[in-house]
Design a protein around this ligand. Structure first.
Ligand SMILES: [Zn+2]
Length: 128
């Protein structure tokens, strides 16, 4: 058994191919309900879940799948590139929003006492 062996896997959403180790692949598949999701799509799905805690992982994946389908059907020229740049854009925007929210949004999060936030972990920086 060679653990350095890589496999070619194709993203279930955008169709991008990546070479990854079987260990990494099985870890991702476990996290995303048995589907292989590329790095870019996994970030987009995780952002969706973070922004909408009521959303389950499966629902977030469905929502992201719809986004990818829309792009693939509307963007004829190099859809993968456009999709990739759009997702990067979404990720950047949402991380900017999160950063600004964290600086003065602690009051809001205190009122949230719902125990159903499941296993989504929010990284809170202790530095102000
Ligand atoms: Zn993808």
């Amino acid at each position: 058994m060679n653990t350095n062996e890589v496999e070619m896997v194709e993203c279930e959403f955008c169709g991008m191919s990546e070479e990854c180790t079987p260990t990494y692949i099985s870890g991702i598949k476990e996290f995303f309900c048995g589907k292989w999701v590329c790095g870019l799509c996994s970030e987009a799905v995780k952002e969706l879940v973070k922004r909408t805690p009521a959303l389950t992982m499966e629902e977030a994946m469905e929502s992201h799948m719809a986004l990818c389908r829309k792009f693939n059907s509307t963007t004829r020229l190099n859809p993968k590139l456009s999709l990739a740049s759009t997702m990067k854009d979404i990720a950047r925007k949402s991380s900017e929003r999160r950063t600004s929210k964290d600086s003065h949004g602690s009051q809001i999060s205190r009122t949230v006492s719902c125990g159903a936030v499941s296993d989504v972990k929010f990284k809170r920086s202790p530095i102000q």
